[in-house]
Design a protein around this ligand. Structure first.
Ligand code: ACO
Length: 226
């Protein structure tokens, strides 16, 4: 995907030179305000989280992620990261391995979040269901709070599909945790494959594990066949 500019934004595939800045962007945005991270109290705005950073860097290394950079030359924010979509490759057995590894995690909040996502994914074998050997996994969609509501997330998802097509993937998948990401993905032709209501995800004592704030009420596993 060649770098291109639209709506005062430059969109390009994220190379290693940008990894540190991408993590910094996530610390200021996604790590604190994605609905599950917020419900678990994963981290304060601007703070790091070693497990989520490790997960993000491992995804970046698949070289399928895209960022939006502020391209307004007359602005103080010129060149700033406005948003990112972190995409990774999912192979058979990856989620099982990740869930096993999660048992050794020392971060109980991170564990809560990823147990929900991994256990939900493992309810069905998408590889068999769609007869594919690899899945293009849309893992982290994040727009800087100062740039939201301008269509940047929508554009990142549109370009994600182009990257997936160029790399010859036949199935895109995303675990969307809030109503806005769900809406964005559905507007790009993703379909709801399965979902989990947060109010019904409880521990052995009947307590809700992740008290996610309204308007977000469920996570959805969405797919798009190419
Ligand atoms: N209130 C009302 N509508 C909203 C809001 C909001 N807060 N945010 C987005 N929307 C709607 C827009 O109105 C638009 O709808 P339209 O096409 O009908 O006009 C649509 O969603 C797309 O909006 P964008 O402007 O493209 O979205 P934006 O660039 O603001 O980014 C995002 C949305 C990524 C959800 C951003 O709010 C964010 O970073 N949130 C925190 C992190 C997060 O929750 N990420 C998604 C988790 S799931 C995952 O990562 C796979």
């Amino acid at each position: 995907l060649r770098p291109t500019t639209s709506l005062n934004m430059e969109y390009k595939v994220i190379c290693a030179d940008y990894y540190e800045r991408v993590i910094d962007h996530l610390r200021g945005n996604f790590f604190a305000d994605e609905p599950l991270n917020r419900a678990a109290g994963l981290c304060q705005q601007g703070c790091g989280n070693s497990e989520l950073e490790h997960h993000s860097l491992a995804t970046l290394e698949d070289q399928l992620s895209i960022m939006a950079l502020d391209a307004r030359k007359d602005s103080d924010n010129y060149g700033q990261i406005a948003g990112v979509v972190l995409n990774g490759v999912l192979l058979p057995g990856d989620t099982e391995k990740a869930l096993d590894k999660l048992q050794f995690s020392c971060d109980k909040n991170y564990k809560k979040i990823f147990e929900l996502l991994y256990r939900h994914s493992l309810q069905v074998d998408l590889f068999k269901c769609f007869n594919v050997e690899r899945i293009f996994d849309v893992r982290i969609l994040s727009v800087d709070a100062r740039y939201r509501g301008q269509g940047i997330a929508k554009e990142l998802v549109r370009r994600t599909e182009l990257v997936a097509r160029e790399s010859d993937y036949h199935l895109l998948k995303a675990d969307a945790t809030g109503i806005f990401s769900q809406k964005i993905l559905r507007s790009h032709g993703f379909e709801v494959f399965s979902e989990q209501l947060y109010a019904k995800y409880k521990d052995a004592e009947g307590q809700i594990i992740l008290p996610v704030e309204a308007p977000h009420i469920k996570m959805q596993l969405l797919v798009k066949e190419l």
